[in-house]
Each structure stands twice: as structure tokens, then as C-alpha cells.
Write a protein that binds this ligand. Structure first.
Ligand code: NAP
Length: 243
């Protein structure tokens, strides 16, 4: 069988970088997209893959990225994140705009641009990394939870719209994963970010990447619709057990 190609957005760090490694190890040619090319290039070299600059909030960047993708069997919609943890009464519209642009419209733009190649592959697969925040709410989280709910709704709609087409759709739904996510959410406040993971063992980016690679390596007739993965110490977005 010829080599299958996996495109990973947000591959410069965290879950995206780990997924690129796991998919390359599973035999995929990997195409890595993100804004920080200085991080993408060495990883792409190490994995004998391709690095392409990508800003999912910019329609022109997405179009240029997609134009350079000759083949696409698997798309991992991973680029995203959270900004802030403010109650609605203090919501920062710029934070909301960033979260919606990146998680929701970013997923829409990239998916739309690569759908023709995914369908033409004869066995396309869209794997979207949403979050438990896409399925529940918590105080201070409305900007992120609303964006992740919308991203999940977009992804699940595709599952229905493409029933009968050669396209699989998997939503990977992680709980707490220790990456740069919290440092970014708290705009560089590393102490506040570290407190999120204090006295418990969170998931690693590799734990989630294992799930992504597992889903991508099932036979073509097997569709894993939704996979929820959390640390043992986490019940939901508001309740964890700390030692
Ligand atoms: P991370 O370490 O902060 O990585 C985020 C990635 O997204 C980076 O590679 C970043 O690359 C990329 N990105 C951000 N804005 C982008 C843009 N405009 N265009 C292209 N790429 C962009 O966080 P992570 O934990 O790996 O997060 C990955 C995904 O998992 C996100 O969708 C997040 O919501 C989801 N998730 C995370 C957790 C968690 O606890 N960590 C839990 C559930 C779900 P550049 O900055 O180089 O562009």
C-alpha cells in the first residue's frame, strides 16, 4: 500500500506535535502546520515529514497551506486553545474572539479546504481534538466551553452530512493534559498554570496522541465517533482529586 498522508494543525507543540510523532511512527507521511515555523521545521525533519506555515485564523494562510497539500488521508484538527478564565460578567471580548477564531472558524476553514482531497483519497478521516469543555460547562470557562461546543457541533454535523462518503470522523475529547495550554490560557503566568496540575497526574500529550494514532489506524469500515480520555484523577471540568 502506498504511504498515506496525515495533516496535523497546531503541530508545533503539545498534542499536535505528539500526534505528528505517533502518526509518523504508524507509517504516515506527516504534514505539519502551525504559526511557529522554527518549531515545525526540526520536527518535520526528524519525522521525514513536511512543515508548512499555517495560521488557521487567516483565510489566505489556510488557502496557501491547502494548495501545498497534494494528498490528504487524515486531517487532525488540533490547533486551538483557551484564553482567560473570567466569569461572563467580566468576559473579555478579545479573548472570546481569539477562541472562536482559532477553535471554531479555524477548524471550519481547514476542514473545508482539505475536504476535496480527503474525499478523493477514497478513505479520508477527520480527527478533531475538541475537549470535555465541548460537552460540559464550568465557571469562568464560557468563552472556551462555548467555542469547544461549537467545534464539536461542526465536527458531528460532518459525520451526518458525509454519511455514504468515504470519510470517517472521530472526535477526540481530552480532559486535563499538561502542555503549554495553561501557560497560554493565563498569558505566560507559569505559576498559575502549574497550579492546574498540582498534586495530580494529568494526561501527557503522548497519551492523547496514542488515541489519535489508534483511531487513524483502524480498518476503513471502523469509525470511532467519540473518544473521551481523562486522567484517572479527573471526574469532570470542575472536579479533580489531588493527593
Ligand atoms: P498547546 O501546547 O498550547 O498547543 C497549541 C497548538 O495550537 C500549538 O501548536 C499552536 O501553534 C497551535 N495554534 C494556536 N493558534 C494557532 C493558529 N492561529 N494557527 C495555527 N496553529 C495554531 O496546547 P495543546 O494542549 O496541545 O492543545 C491542542 C488542542 O487540544 C487544542 O485544540 C486544545 O483546545 C485541545 N485540548 C487541550 C487540553 C489540555 O488540557 N491541554 C484538553 C482538551 C483539549 P503556533 O502557536 O505555533 O501556531
Amino acid at each position: 500500500m502506498s504511504t498515506r498522508t496525515a495533516v496535523i494543525t497546531g503541530a508545533s507543540a503539545g498534542i499536535g506535535a505528539a500526534s505528528a510523532r505517533a502518526l509518523a511512527a504508524a507509517g504516515f507521511h506527516v504534514v505539519l502546520g502551525a504559526r511557529r515555523e522554527d518549531r515545525l521545521r526540526p520536527l518535520a525533519e526528524e519525522l521525514s515529514g513536511t512543515a508548512q506555515p499555517l495560521d488557521v485564523t487567516d483565510a489566505e494562510s489556510v488557502a496557501a497551506f491547502a494548495a501545498r497539500v497534494a494528498e490528504c488521508h487524515v486531517l487532525v484538527n488540533n490547533a486551538g486553545g483557551a484564553l482567560g478564565l473570567d466569569r461572563v460578567e467580566r468576559a473579555d471580548e478579545e479573548h472570546w474572539r481569539w477562541m472562536w477564531e482559532t477553535n471554531v472558524l479555524g477548524t471550519l476553514r481547514v476542514t473545508k479546504a482539505l475536504l476535496p482531497a480527503l474525499l478523493a483519497s477514497g478513505d479520508g478521516h477527520v480527527i478533531t481534538v475538541t475537549s470535555i469543555a465541548g460537552h460540559e460547562v464550568y465557571d469562568g470557562g464560557a468563552g472556551y466551553t462555548s467555542a469547544k461546543h461549537a467545534q464539536s457541533a461542526l465536527h458531528r454535523t460532518l459525520r451526518s452530512e458525509h454519511l455514504g462518503d468515504p470519510l470517517r470522523l472521530t472526535e477526540v475529547i481530552p480532559g486535563m493534559v499538561e502542555t503549554e495550554f495553561s501557560v497560554n490560557r493565563f498569558e505566560g503566568d507559569t505559576e498559575r498554570a502549574a497550579a492546574v496540575y498540582r498534586d495530580l497526574t494529568p494526561l501527557s500529550a503522548e497519551d492523547v496522541a496514542d488515541v489519535v494514532a489508534f483511531a487513524a489506524t483502524r480498518p476503513p469500515h471502523v469509525n470511532l465517533d467519540q473518544i473521551v480520555v481523562k486522567p484517572r484523577a479527573q471526574y469532570n471540568g470542575s472536579r479533580v482529586h489531588r493527593e
